[in-house]
Design a protein around this ligand. Structure first.
Ligand code: 13P
Length: 252
């Protein structure tokens, strides 16, 4: 991995976590010691209800807090939605966009995710743009085409290594305990990097590509050591500080 691509380990808490769970984020901040901070970036994305408190709690730590989605507009009549500006105001520095659960549950299209990414940048947030194929698409051998189409359709033209992270999350690996081999992951990440290079030239070498889907302490080293893998987007194992930190420490 080129020196400029600093690894990022990000936790996606999804719809989990009450005020009482905020202690886990404090424990992550505690465990994010100088050795780890010298090596990798660490991010936790709790539910929106906890972003403000979490960001305040870890203000003295290099641990960064992010959101899990945002609306494309800055404000307006959109009941129940949250804007990128609101997340930034609450202390978030990044936002996950286009997660497969949002693509499925909320019918989010590539075009919507593109607009949300531009909204994230407008508010000064890093956009973590998720892509990934279904089991059917993988079995049919269409995964490269699907992922390439999602990257082309949901990563906006002004993406840079600073404002954008891509996360490859094969849907069949999310929450299932099934994981692709490190070779399979490297192959898809290489394909994503090639699509980014067509769009962004040399800058594509600096854009981080995370792997997500059943990353656990016992498989992290193999998955994160694969070519073109610049970190992880962790679901279930990010809910416990010990497991999340164990994944992060696979870089030490
Ligand atoms: P799991 O780590 O629980 O499989 O979830 C992955 C994911 O969807 C992260 O965004």
């Amino acid at each position: 991995m080129p020196a400029e691509r600093r690894p990022l380990v990000a936790g996606n808490w999804k719809m989990n976590g009450l005020k009482a769970s905020a202690g886990e984020i404090g424990a992550v901040a505690q465990g994010y010691d100088a050795a780890l901070a010298a090596r990798i970036d660490l991010l936790v994305c709790p539910p929106a209800t906890l972003v403000c408190k979490a960001a305040a709690d870890v203000a003295q730590s290099p641990l960064v807090i992010g959101g899990q989605d945002c609306h494309a507009k800055a404000c307006g009549a959109h009941t129940g939605d949250i804007s990128a500006e609101m997340l930034a105001d609450a202390g978030a520095k990044a936002v996950i966009l286009g997660h497969s659960e949002r693509r499925a549950d909320h019918h989010e299209s590539d075009e919507m995710i593109w607009q949300k990414a531009e909204a994230a940048w407008r508010a000064g947030l890093t956009a973590i743009i998720c892509v990934g194929e279904t089991e059917e698409q993988r079995t049919a051998g269409h995964h490269h085409a699907v992922v390439a189409r999602q990257v082309r359709g949901s990563v906006p033209d002004d993406a840079t290594p600073e404002n954008t992270v891509v996360a490859y999350e094969p849907i069949w690996a999310i929450g299932t305990g099934l994981v692709p081999t490190p070779e399979d992951v490297a192959e898809v990440h290489g394909a994503i990097r090639a699509v980014l290079a067509q769009r962004f030239g040399e800058a594509a070498q600096g854009i981080r590509i995370l792997y997500g889907g059943s990353v656990k302490p016992d498989n992290a080293k193999a998955l994160l050591g694969a070519a073109d893998v610049d970190g992880a987007l962790v679901g279930g194992a990010s809910l416990k500080a010990d497991d999340f930190l164990a994944i992060a420490r696979s870089y030490l």
